[in-house]
Design a protein around this ligand. Structure first.
Ligand code: NDP
Length: 284
C-alpha cells in the first residue's frame, strides 16, 4: 500500500508522519536513546524532524544535531524561532544559533513558534532575508488561528507561508471549524502537534477509550497508532508525534500504513465530537 504523503511548497513530498522533539535533551541519561530513536525513525521513513530553540533551552536541537550525523540529506529539518526573536537582526542570530546547535548549514523549514512580539511584516521580511542567505529553505508559522492567518495573508510575501503547525488530536478538534478547511483550500499543509494528546495527558483517558481500542484490535494496532491514523486521514494534515524509544518510533512509522474505514472514522468522531462552533485555538 502506498503511504500517505504531504507536499510542502508544491515540491517536497514527505510521509505524513514525522518526529517531534519536545522534552528531548532534558537529561543526559536519556540522550543516547533519544538519538537512537530519531535515527531509527529516519530509517523507517519518518524523515521530517521538528524541533525548536525553546526545547530544553536549545538542548533538544543538540540531540537532533547528533542524530543527523551522516544522514542530514535524508532529513527535512524544521526548527522554530521564539516570537521575541522573530524580526530583524535577532531573527538572523536566533537562526544561526539553531544551525550551530543542529550542526548543519540550513533548515528546510523555519517556523514562527507563536505570534505576539513582532508584526507579521517584520517576521516575513526576516524570513525572506534568511532564505536569501541560504540559511533556511522556506518558512511557516505555528499556533496561528484563522483570523491570524487572514492577517498574515494581507502582508506582502505572507502567502509564501509553507505550513501552520497547530495542536490537533482526536480529543481536540476545534480547527475543523474554519482553520483546517481554509488551509486545505489554500493547499497549505497543516502539521498536527501533540497528535497523541501527549500520550493521553492532554485529554484524560484518550488512549484507554473502548472505541479506540476496539478499532485498534481490528487493525492489530495500538490505540496510539489509531490516533495517528485518524489525524493523517485528513487531507493535507501530517502528524509529528514525539517518541523517545525505538519501539514507539516503530509503531508510529507503521501507523502510516493503517487505513481507517469511513465507518471507523465515524465511530471515533462520535466518541470525540468536534465543538459545534468556533472555539479559541487550543495550544500547549
Ligand atoms: P505527542 O502527542 O507527540 O505525545 C508524546 C508522548 O507520547 C510521549 O510521552 C511519548 O512517549 C508518547 N508516545 C510516542 N509514541 C507512542 C506510541 N506509539 N505509543 C504510546 N505512546 C507514545 O506530544 P508532543 O506535545 O510531544 O507533540 C509532538 C511534537 O509536536 C513535539 O515533540 C514538538 O516537536 C511539537 N510541538 C509543537 C508545539 C508548538 O507550539 N508548535 C507545541 C507542542 C508540541 P516516549 O517519549 O516515551 O516515546
Amino acid at each position: 500500500m502506498t503511504e500517505k504523503q504531504i507536499i510542502f511548497s508544491g515540491q517536497v513530498p514527505l510521509p505524513a508522519i514525522g518526529q517531534g522533539t519536545w522534552y528531548m535533551g532534558e537529561s543526559a541519561d536519556r540522550r543516547r536513546e533519544e538519538v537512537a530513536a530519531l535515527r531509527a525513525g529516519v530509517e523507517r521513513g519518518l524523515t521530517l524532524i521538528d524541533t525548536a530553540e525553546m526545547y530544553a533551552d536549545g538542548a533538544a536541537e543538540k540531540v537532533v544535531g547528533e542524530a543527523l550525523n551522516g544522514i542530514r540529506d535524508k532529513v527535512f529539518l524544521v526548527s522554530k524561532v521564539y516570537p521575541w526573536n522573530a524580526g530583524g537582526e535577532k531573527a538572523i542570530a536566533a537562526c544561526e544559533g539553531s544551525l550551530r546547535r543542529l550542526n548543519t548549514d540550513r533548515l528546510d523549514l523555519y517556523l514562527l513558534h507563536w505570534s505576539g512580539s513582532y508584526g507579521y511584516e517584520e517576521t516575513v521580511a526576516a524570513m525572506e532575508t534568511l532564505i536569501t542567505q541560504g540559511k533556511i529553505r522556506r518558512w511557516g508559522v505555528s499556533n496561528l488561528d484563522y483570523d491570524d492567518m487572514q492577517a498574515l495573508w494581507q502582508v506582502a510575501g505572507g502567502r509564501q507561508c509553507a505550513t501552520n503547525q497547530v495542536l490537533y488530536h482526536l480529543g481536540s478538534r476545534g480547527i475543523e471549524y474554519d482553520l483546517l478547511p481554509w488551509c486545505q483550500q489554500q493547499g497549505m499543509p497543516v502539521m498536527a502537534y501533540s497528535p497523541l494528546a501527549q500520550a493521553g495527558r492532554l485529554r484524560d483517558g484518550l488512549l484507554h477509550h473502548p472505541t479506540i481500542n476496539e478499532i485498534a484490535l481490528g487493525h492489530r494496532a495500538t490505540a496510539a497508532q489509531i490516533l495517528l491514523a485518524w489525524v493523517i486521514s485528513h487531507r493535507g494534515v501530517m502528524a509529528i508525534p514525539k517518541a523517545a524509544s525505538v519501539e514507539h518510533v516503530r509503531q508510529n512509522a507503521a501507523a502510516l500504513d493503517i487505513r481507517l474505514s469511513a465507518e471507523e472514522i465515524a465511530r471515533l468522531e462520535a466518541a470525540y465530537p468536534a465543538p459545534p462552533g468556533k472555539t479559541a485555538l487550543d495550544m500547549v
